[in-house]
Design a binder for this molecule. Sequence first.
Ligand code: SAM
Ligand code: SF4
Length: 336
Amino acid sequence: MNTKVGQLTDSYGRPITDLRVSVTDRCQFRCFYCLPNGEPPLAKKDTILTFEEILRAARVFIGLGIEKIRLTGGEPMLRRDLDKLVEGLAALKADGLKDIALTTNGFSIREKAVRLKDAGLDRITISLDSLDAANFRDITGVDKLAEVLDAIEAAKEAGLEPVKINAVIVRGRNEYELADFARFARETGVSMRFIEFMPLDSGHEWSREMVVSGREVRDAISAEYPLELRNSERGSETAWKYRFADGAPGEIGIIAPVTEMFCGQCSRIRLTADGQIRTCLFSSAEHDLRAVLRSTDSDSDVAEYIRNVTLKKEARHHINDTDFVQPDRTMSFIGG
Ligand code: SAM
Ligand code: SF4
């Protein structure tokens, strides 16, 4: 473990280096594993952090050793002038920020990819849960497969490579497309990442039977296209990464938080759109950084608050315990 002096660390000695910032709780998609039922209760507008507040928080976090920031949501591209926020973050690279990433459903990436890249965005992850137009519509509630494929192309053209693609694999919905996704990675050179379905859906439909395990994904793809593991040590990364044994372009990533828990080396902390710190995706409590940001001009008070909250980071999630309780807020609110 590479722990700097003054590094933000939790009570289990895990260095916290990765901040995920949700910039909005709104989304125009209705992915069944996230937001299936109409409009969720949204935060009041004046509770949503302004860009100035996000940048101030980011500066303090970076002073405490945060090296990577991922912008997410809801759909982050719905937040007007997101490139301005990216530009503000890029200026913080002088203070130690190393990496700025974005997770998006692809909305308006064709128009804005170059601007985001020029503003300082390093990496992009685009969600794509089906390569079949009808199934894409079934899963996401919108008829936009062609636009998302075009967004992936636009991100590549803008040089935001290697583009990562996230697919949540759910039994009975899209596991039959695994070989097609692998072929897509080989043909386009993207890093195709398969995520186990987690109990963070607003419909509370999640069940263990719906989870397609990372192992199943790996086996199904290897049967068609043999894979070689690239990272025998995963460190604080979430994904096992594989290359194609025949040397074809593209990469396969497997993210298995349910069946292969990786909490022991978690380096992540989250900030919701309304300024609440979540120390874990599955936290039952939130910590009101917004109130602190709005009540003091002292960055050292903000830093002190963040340090104390980080000490409350949970040891692990409890999805596999019999008394597991699903958090109230969904992935769209917490920020995936
Ligand atoms: N709207 C953007 C998008 O879809 O990429 C960013 C926010 S979304 C909440 C971030 C990621 O979380 C997406 O890749 C999505 O597939 C994933 N996600 C959402 N709900 C999930 C769940 N219940 N289990 C696993 N992954 C989930
Ligand atoms: Fe929206 Fe992303 Fe959730 Fe889908 S996964 S509903 S695109 S926030």
